[in-house]
Design a protein around this ligand. Structure first.
Ligand SMILES: NC(=O)c1ccc[n+]([C@@H]2O[C@H](COP(=O)([O-])OP(=O)(O)OC[C@H]3O[C@@H](n4cnc5c(N)ncnc54)[C@H](OP(=O)(O)O)[C@@H]3O)[C@@H](O)[C@H]2O)c1
Length: 322
């Protein structure tokens, strides 16, 4: 079958290990099901994989992609949940120490077909297109959990979203607004700040600019480049929810003194549960809020999408279609 896969790693030139070609058809073991992929979306995770982060050499060649929407074996329209729990695990699968994401241990979604445990498909409502639904399993689910589960934010709270242009960040802005939050966002780029206002941010600022008020919570995916600013933006007792470190994990100043003195909470967040994905789908179906798609490409042009993401030249999600 057609597939986009990693054949080698390179931290300097991640696209050098990317192959657009053919891989064997998957065979679903007992308890698993085959999904015919209609759309899949690109995540920074796929670039990390090509850099050798989170993917082992022995696992190559590995079909990339965490997110997909398509048809299950009965022809139903479905969204694929990307978190694969270990056999027998019960409860919150994001807490399973042996969980993996599609494309880490099990082949990913940038292909004609993907196999997943039968519990890992969620019905897709007709109101969402395949392209929109393909944005949800990683970036949008991560944003949902950051805001409403790990962050515990409720209507009226003020939240700062760092790095407005990213897939997770645009999801945080749209979902935050839909959830009744007051949303501040930062971006290095003026055009992206304008776009952030259009999709629902109440106020936008340059990266690391001083804010007029302290916020209840910061949603952090940028890491080193914005960490200090995130800590300094919080009110006493505020919380920072972190799910990524795009600019690197090694901060110049961890701001430990402020963290204890202002009694701040630093909360990690990773993906979300199948139930949270189902809740996110329901929220979008009911509210009319929709994933922001930067552009859509046929999957055989996936290399162009990877190159755009590597340049940071993106506002929202890049979606591949079959
Ligand atoms: N833990 C999880 O479950 C999980 C799930 C999804 C994603 N993630 C992680 O979250 C991060 C974001 O993922 P994504 O798919 O949204 O990536 P993305 O679409 O590539 O977005 C990255 C954003 O980070 C900002 N940024 C990058 N370098 C920066 C710098 N030096 N200074 C300031 N801002 C910078 C940019 O915003 P501006 O250009 O607007 O400034 C950019 O739009 C990644 O590190 C990813 O691995 C984690």
């Amino acid at each position: 079958m057609f597939a986009v896969y990693a054949d080698a790693f390179s931290s300097d030139d991640p696209l050098s290990g990317l192959v657009v070609g053919e891989r064997p058809d998957p065979v679903a073991p007992d308890g698993w099901t085959t999904v015919t992929v209609k759309a899949a979306s690109l995540n920074h995770h796929d670039l990390w994989s090509l850099r050798g982060v989170g993917l082992r050499e022995e696992a190559l060649p590995m079909i990339l992609g965490c997110d997909a929407s398509g048809y299950d074996e009965a022809g139903n329209e479905v969204v694929v949940h990307a978190v694969i729990p270990s056999p027998g695990w019960t409860g919150d699968e994001t807490l399973d120490p042996k969980r993996s994401l599609l494309s880490e241990r099990h082949q990913g979604t940038f292909a004609d077909k993907v196999i997943v445990p039968t519990a890992n498909v969620v019905p897709k409502p007709a109101s969402l297109s395949f392209e929109e639904a393909a944005c949800l399993p990683t970036a949008w689910l991560t944003a949902y959990r950051m805001l409403f589960v790990q962050g515990g934010l409720t209507a009226g709270d003020t939240v700062l979203v760092q790095g407005a242009g990213g897939g997770v960040a645009t999801a945080l802005i749209v979902l935050g607004r839909a959830g009744g939050l007051r949303v501040f966002a930062t971006s290095r780029d003026e055009a992206k700040r304008e776009r952030a206002l259009e999709i629902g941010a109440h106020e936008v600022y340059e990266s690391n600019a001083r804010l007029p008020v302290k916020v209840d919570a910061v949603m952090e995916t940028v890491g080193r480049a914005t960490w200090s600013h995130s800590i300094r933006a919080l009110r006493p007792g505020g919380k920072i929810v972190i799910s990524g470190t795009t600019s690197g994990p090694n901060v110049d100043d961890a701001e430990l003194t402020r963290i204890f003195f202002l009694q701040l909470s630093v909360i990690g967040s990773t993906m979300g549960t199948r139930q949270e994905l189902a809740s996110l789908v329901t929220l979008l179906d009911a509210s009319g809020a929709r994933p922001l798609i930067d552009h859509t490409l046929p999957m055989d042009q996936a290399r162009d999408g990877f190159a755009a993401m590597a340049k940071g030249d993106v506002f929202g999600k890049i979606v591949f279609t079959r």
